[in-house]
Every structure is written in C-alpha cells, then in structure tokens.
Design a protein around this ligand. Structure first.
Ligand code: PEP
Ligand code: MG
Length: 296
C-alpha cells in the first residue's frame, strides 16, 4: 500500500473524466510543516496559526510569528499557504489571553470575535502575516464568521495594517487574497452575501457539524449524535458551494470530513474546488479522486 501511495507523488489529483481538484494539507503544528511536501500536498489549505498561541501564558511577538509564517511559505516554495488568523477559545486552549470563564465556551469568546474585540492582538498577527507574504504566496483566512459586518471590520483592520506598512516602506504582497471559513450555519445561509466580500471560502465541517447538529464536537458520549453526513450539514455545504460559484469564487473544505473517502465523490459532485486534509491523508485522497468518474 505504501508503495502504491508513493507512486501517486507528482501525479495530478484528477478524476477519470478530467476534473482537477486541488489537494492541500492542514498544518496544525510545527511538526506538520515538514510532512506537507513529503506527502506531495499542492499547498497548505489551512494553517492553524493558533498553535503558536497555545500552551503558553504569554502572547507570541510579531517577530516570533513572522519567522514561523516565513518558514512556512519558504518551505512551500511558491505553493499557496492559507494562514487562518487565530482561532482560539472554544475547544482550543487560550490561557495566554486570560479570558473570563464562560458557561458555553463554544458559543462565547473565540476565533474572529477575540480578534475584533482585541484589535491590538489581531494587528500584530496581521503585520506578521503580511510581512511574510513578501517571501511567497500567502492567503489570509478569517475563522468562525457569522455576519457580513465581521468581514468588513476584519478587512478594515487589515487595511489599517497595510497602510501602516506602506508608510514605513515595508514590503508585502499587495495582491494577497482574503478568504473566510464557512463553519457556522449562519455563514452558510448568507454565503451569497459573504461571497461578494472575499476571494474564497473554506468549509470547516467540524464546527459546521457542531453548530448545525447542536452536538459538542469533542464530546465522547454524544459521538453517535455527531453525524457530519447529516442531510442538514450536506445541504449547507451544497448551498455554500453554489453561492461561492455564483459569485465567481472558489470553494474549499478543510474539516475532518475532508479526509472521509466514503463521501469524497459526493463533494466532487457538489462542485468542491479544493480539499485540505492532514498531511498523511493527502495521497489516499488523491488516490480516491483518481478512482472517481463523474461522467457516470
Ligand atoms: C473546522 O471547524 O472544521 C475546522 C477546519 O477548523 P478547526 O477544526 O480548527 O476548528
Ligand atoms: Mg473550526
């Protein structure tokens, strides 16, 4: 089997009838980075930047972050790296942020909400990402969006940071693409409006399933209620892909469901453009895509 997968390196991720899908990798730790190219991923579809903020009591400096993003983009030698801005809180440890204790952390201060409430932290991260974008192809992605105004606000803050870099003559990629995660039912339901604001969508099936099915994604006792194949979840995914395409933007997917090979064909038929999975799942997914014939 290992031999078989090795032979898939350098081969296109394409169906039998010639539909090309971009197969990218998720990076959730520094160690994952080395595994991305080893598994021949076509880019980084989700760089979970929060790992830089987790398991520590202090916030990472701009310089510390810049070095990590620069390493990521240089490692990928020209391939796209989608850096998700910090997605802390909820199921992800946020001790460095000293947030007040909440009854329902999954419904509370997390992800883009923290970034908008603490713009100084957000700006430090955006500066580090923008500076690294001078060294390769970076895209920025905002997590846990539920409303259009959040995208406006996030882009406004990004523009302030860009302006400041311009004034200081610091280089960055002026064409940098902006995307959002579609991982709440609200975002999927208004994806027609959101699509007009951004360059791409990436569907986060972990949170989309959690918030649609009202089941804690990390609960062990409720795992039989956590069904990402639920028709409600699939309907929201289809709606997101259709609305993205209507607005002329590409739509990817990066939750755990992305590596569930039993549903790959369904997503291809729905029109998904990019799929991002853990590095070790890249070649099995490519193999699966190559076995599918959408003309049948
Ligand atoms: C998701 O929610 O599906 C996702 C990809 O993001 P995370 O698992 O990091 O919340
Ligand atoms: Mg998520």
């Amino acid at each position: 089997l290992k031999q078989l997968l090795q032979e898939l390196k350098g081969v296109p991720s394409e169906t039998k009838d010639g539909r090309r899908i971009e197969v990218a990798a998720n990076v959730s730790s520094a160690a994952d980075l080395a595994a991305v190219l080893k598994n021949d991923a076509e880019g980084i579809g989700l760089f979970r930047s929060e790992f830089i903020y987790m398991g520590r009591d202090t916030l990472p400096s701009e310089e510390e972050q810049f070095n990590i993003y620069k390493l990521a983009v240089e490692t990928m030698t020209g391939k796209r790296v989608i850096i998700r801005t910090l997605d802390i809180g909820g199921d992800k440890d946020a001790s460095a942020f000293h947030l007040p204790k909440e009854e329902n952390p999954a419904l509370g201060m997390r992800a883009i909400r923290i970034s908008l409430k603490r713009p100084e932290i957000f700006k430090t991260q955006l500066r580090a990402i923008l500076r690294a974008s001078a060294f390769g192809k970076i895209a920025i992605m905002f997590p846990l969006i539920t409303s259009v105004w959040e995208v406006w606000k996030a882009k406004e803050i990004l523009d302030e940071v860009k302006l400041d870099l311009d004034k200081k003559g610091i280089a960055y990629d002026h064409q940098i693409q902006i995307g959002i995660m579609i991982e709440t039912p609200a975002a999927a339901l208004i994806s027609d409006k959101l699509a007009k604001e951004v360059d791409f969508f990436s569907i986060g099936t972990n949170d989309l399933s959690q918030y649609t099915l009202v089941v804690d994604r990390s609960s062990r006792v409720l795992s039989d209620f956590f069904n990402p194949h639920h028709p409600a979840v699939l309907k929201l995914i289809q709606m997101t892909i259709d609305n993205g395409h209507k607005a002329g933007i590409w739509v990817g997917m990066c939750g755990e469901l992305s590596s569930d090979l039993s549903i790959t064909e369904t997503f291809l038929r729905m029109g998904i453009d990019e799929i991002s999975v853990a590095p070790y799942s890249v070649l099995p997914l490519r193999q699966q895509i190559r076995s599918i014939d959408l003309s049948k």
